[in-house]
Design a protein around this ligand. Sequence first.
Ligand code: WTA
Length: 646
Amino acid sequence: MFRSNMMDFAAEEQVFYPDISFSIRANVRDTRIYDWAGIDYEGFWATEAEQLHWYRPWDKVLDWQPPFAQWFVGGKINACYNCVDRHLSSWRRNKAAIIFEGELGDQQVLTYQDLYREVTKFANVLRGLGVKKGDLVSIYMPMIPQAVVAMLACARIGAPHSVVFGGFSAEALRDRINDAGAKVVVTADGCWRRGKAIPLKQNVDIALTQCPSVEKVVVVERTRSEVYMEPGRDLWYHELMQQAPIGCEPEVMDAEDILFILYTSGTTGKPKGIVHTTGGYLTGVTSTHRNLFDLKEDDVYWCTADIGWITGHSYIVYGPLANGATVLLFEGAPDYPARDRFWEIIEKYRVTIFYTAPTAIRLFMKWGEVWPNGRDLSSLRVLGSVGEPINPEAWLWYHKHIGREKCPIVDTWWQTETGMVMVAPLPGITPTKPGSATVSLPGVAVDVVDELGNPVEAGHSGYLVIKKPWPAMLRTVYKDPQRYVDQYWSRFPGLYFTGDGARRDKDGYIWVSGRVDDVINVSGHRIGTAEVESALVEHPAVAEAAVIGRYHELKGQAVSAFITLREGVAWAPELEKDLKAHVAKKIGGLARPEEIICAWELPKTRSGKIMRRLLKDIAEGRVLGDISTLADPTVIHQLMNKKSAF
Ligand code: WTA
């Protein structure tokens, strides 16, 4: 939970109205869109779907057998065709689809025609490797154009992709490949990070010692570092592409065929494969991308998310490309070679729409406005925020120093599961309040309810739920429909539970406070506490572990671990280092605990349940709540003494 978001009531009263000069040219100008879409949401989404190319129209907009939805039933469509081929019959053929900026300053522009050539060639490569409709392909890649090409090639031949974030460890990759049962893995030798070549293929090699389903690995040459190539299994991308023909007939897909699965953390140790299908997903992301960012033909759109997260899927690849946008893709870090790299890129390419995360904005604030002030940011016209609650201070800084007080800010609330943005302002018509994602988008029904599932009154807090199905909603959890039902549809009968807490203000605006379940949001990345706990207890020194997310000024939340040791093991600074490295090895650097606190016992209730709420209070230095249910209250004093060490 982001504290200042909850405390800063003064900022809540500050309202920013859309500028008239922006509004009169905006894609969405008429506030009645909310009413119209509210009354006939199926009709609204059908109109949005009509903007795409369908091989066969749907028979029925929505088939809702709670909690299982099918959208555009009977419709036939191909996502890749919509993102690429559709643009070739107009002048857009020669429009830049992707402008790539590498970490070392190298650049590459792919027009839609270029994209068509690369994608169809790679689709032929995949088919040549035996990938058929319905076969899964895992993608473990840096932020380079070939990652987009690989995703679109999969979509073209009807092979669902499972992109695994390049920051995940070999073991995390292994588990995701095995759960998906991937036949082919697409990867790169490495990627550039702050001027250094980071290996990726090595992780694939380790993972594949335990992945029986994988037959072939395609390796893109990026860093030219030396890599091991397993004969008969590993193939170079550039060699395969040399021989591949241009042009590849797209598979005619059912609207409800799987487009991709994407793993995300949940409340148990095992990541969930979130399933997204084709027609509804593409409708949702294309429509929201066009309306939210007020996309115009000559915009240069830049989303700084990684391709390995849902934001990369929906708002770097599918939404923008289906809209025929020019998308900027950046491989690297914001502070290499200097702390103005982002602003340098905006100046260099005259970026007009910029979409980033609050954690990045807080970092820029810390570095100071001297960095953006030194660059020409006058091309910017719309700013976006995603991934976690944006605190009003960061919102105002973003508005002033990046938007130069003339760009609307769209704070977009959504999840891997929702596939598309759900709560956000429409920049031409919705007044904004710093720190609030405002209200549900047209055709979307998000609400805040109490324990019993009844809407809360103005000024009250509760749980964030979704009341009606939406086209880009997850369809199920891969191979685990029961988990889908239990996780999302059991807490409140008939309502989708997001796992987030929120408050509704007197104007009906929604203020999301953060997760209320066992999921931590570190710099906008979701991490399950159970995943980190199970990694810790796998270490021979650890007996018990409890992990919580604590407030962190820059990251929003940080992973804080409390452990007890096995008999005979002594606590030492080296062990703490070792345990942190162990978690990074098991999951990835993003899950590395900020601190590990060793105790002789963890605070438990008399029935043996670890009291995480107390641990959170301790980690955040708050006055402790009720400790009367503790089996042994003296444990608390010991923990509080330990805490003073960080
Ligand atoms: C949080 C990222 C407040 C929220 C697209 C959600 C936000 C989780 C916002 C999903 C926002 C995302 N305001 N909180 N604008 N955007 N969140 O699946 O807790 O990586 O449940 O999807 O991030 O994270 P995920």
